[in-house]
Design a protein around this ligand. Structure first.
Ligand code: UDX
Length: 502
């Protein structure tokens, strides 16, 4: 590990204030990389480690293994200024730090509980390697009371009696795709602490963020005026619960909007109008009311599960969360019903997919609804082609058999239906006339309510979405193009007996 000091870090230090803490990140996933890089940008000395040797080697070579806007440039700049470095040697990372942030994964176990084995491993590593007193900060998402267990394990495995190992909980609220912005401009910073010294140390770590003293790559230093983030000091149990409670509430809000969308379809109302009016009430707020294919990603689905299990262990039957989860699971079925209704027979049909990532601005496909849609379409004998600006590589590892396209237009080429599964902005700007000409039949099923129904139907598309009024489209006036060979040698079913214009 080479830790140097360059001129500008000194001036940065004087700009930031009193001290520059030595911080180690254990775990270089989304949370560890974004937190580590942003704290380095804020002027601290950050050393990151991960038990994935390839990942560390890539990071040392400046290769960021995740797609996250602004992260790679920031990481490179802080490696150059030697505020940020990577090591394969976890013991070194423990010894080199004043504060150790635990950012390892807590994936769901079979029963939905959070798998805390990685946290336990790190605790025993810290306890056995620490030669000086340390602050151990829980950054991973964990069920309440994990901090108490962590403290216990650190005490049990501590090798050097004089060493003090204090524990704190500091949940993160960053979203994939806007993680750097979310970290540097948080709505709130939550600290679960038990000692004054711990609170003081964490305040010092976050001082540059609280005082908005950092170079912001998102706004290029001209950050919009805003109040400083709220700093919430509470107990560890409450801090841990705040994370699960917040994510679960967001998930419930989305499922609530989706239930309303289903009702809108029945009564002929427009979910966009309904949620806009709801959101104008500051008690409700406009965000996280976008109806459609439901929530995916590595956080909401697993956090809602872990929260339900935690409640169960405590004798609380969290029925409303179970319902939110059930509603969410049904979104893909509802989309498939719309596809079946529109295509009648799926077998042998050609389906183009726009969007694979679980949401826009990320390459992450974990728990992405698109995967279930593809699985079901392939199972029913459809031929699938897909486009996503970032997530095709990861998807092709799961579905090598589908055709990945260089752009949305290739995904529309000679297909019977085009599905929008991720809310990428670029899909709003497409040349729809060109898309219509490329398709066998201009039919769009918009799983993210990204487009405007009236405008799409005006353009001659059959258009289906969630919870928005669409006029009767059973007798489309659209022109159907003669099919061409889709994939060399592929079986081409005969065209339906409607008017054919070659
Ligand atoms: C989430 C939380 O937002 C974040 O605070 C926490 O730290 C981690 O988990 P993330 O998983 O990145 O972040 O995604 P988010 O932006 O919350 O979206 C989650 C899913 O909900 C996506 O699939 C998105 O498409 C969907 N969603 C979001 C909706 O369906 N409707 C909405 O209105 C908002």
């Amino acid at each position: 590990m080479e830790l140097g000091r360059e001129a500008d870090t000194v001036s940065l230090e004087s700009k930031i204030g009193r001290c520059k803490l030595r911080i180690s990140m254990i775990g270089c996933g989304y949370v560890g990389l974004v937190t580590g890089t942003c704290l380095a940008e804020a002027g601290h000395q950050v050393l990151c480690t991960d038990n994935d040797a390839e990942r560390i080697a890539a990071l040392k070579a400046g290769v960021v293994p995740i797609y996250e806007p602004h992260l790679d440039a920031m990481l490179a700049a802080n490696c150059r200024s030697q505020n940020l470095s990577f090591t394969r040697n976890a013991a070194e990372a423990v010894r080199a730090a004043d504060a150790i942030f635990i950012c390892v994964g807590t994936p769901p176990l079979e029963n939905g509980e959070a798998d805390l084995s990685a946290i336990d491993n790190v605790a025993r590593l810290v306890a056995s390697e620490a030669l000086t007193s340390k602050l151990v900060v829980e950054k991973s998402t964990v069920p309440a009371q994990t901090g108490q267990q962590l403290k216990r394990v650190l005490g049990l495995y501590r090798r050097h009696g004089a060493v003090q190992l204090r524990v704190a909980s500091n949940p993160e609220f960053l979203r994939e795709g806007t993680a750097v912005q979310d970290f540097l401009h948080p709505d709130r910073i939550v600290l679960g602490v038990e000692e004054e010294e711990t609170e003081k140390q964490l305040r010092e770590i976050y001082r540059p963020i609280l005082e908005r003293r950092f170079r912001c790559p998102v706004h290029l230093g001209a950050c919009p005026p805003a109040k400083s983030p709220d700093l919430l000091i509470t107990t560890m149990n409450s801090a841990e619960l705040i994370k699960h409670a917040s994510n679960s509430f967001l998930a419930m809000k989305i499922s609530y909007a989706n239930m309303i969308a289903d009702l809108c379809e029945k009564v002929g109302a427009d979910i966009k109008e309904v949620t806009r009016a709801m959101g104008l009430d500051p008690r409700i707020g406009p965000r996280f009311l976008d109806a459609g294919l439901g929530f995916g990603g590595f956080c909401l689905p697993k956090d809602i599960q872990a929260f339900i299990r935690l409640a169960e262990r405590c004798g609380v039957d969290f029925t409303m969360l179970k319902e939110a989860e059930r509603v969410n699971k049904r979104r893909v079925d509802l989309l498939l019903e719309k596809i079946r209704k529109a295509l009648w027979v799926i077998k042998g049909k050609r389906v183009g997919i726009l969007g694979l990532a679980f949401k826009a601005n990320t390459d992450d496909i974990r728990f992405a609804p698109s995967l279930e849609v593809i699985r079901a379409l392939l199972a029913e004998g459809a031929q699938v082609r897909a486009y996503d600006q970032e997530a095709m590589d990861k998807t092709s590892a799961i579905f090598p058999q589908i055709h990945y396209c260089r752009d949305p237009y290739e995904a529309a080429q000679d297909v019977d239906a085009l599905l929008i599964l991720t809310e990428w902005e670029e899909f709003r700007q497409l040349d729809w006339e060109r898309i219509s000409d490329l398709m066998l039949r201009p039919m769009i099923i918009d799983g993210r309510n990204l487009l405007d129904p009236a405008a799409m139907m005006e353009r001659g598309f059959e258009y289906h979405c969630f919870g928005r009024p669409i006029e009767n489209q059973t007798a489309p006036k659209a022109i159907i193009h003669a099919p061409e060979v889709f994939l060399a040698g592929a079986h081409v079913p005969s065209a339906p007996s409607t008017e054919i214009v070659t």
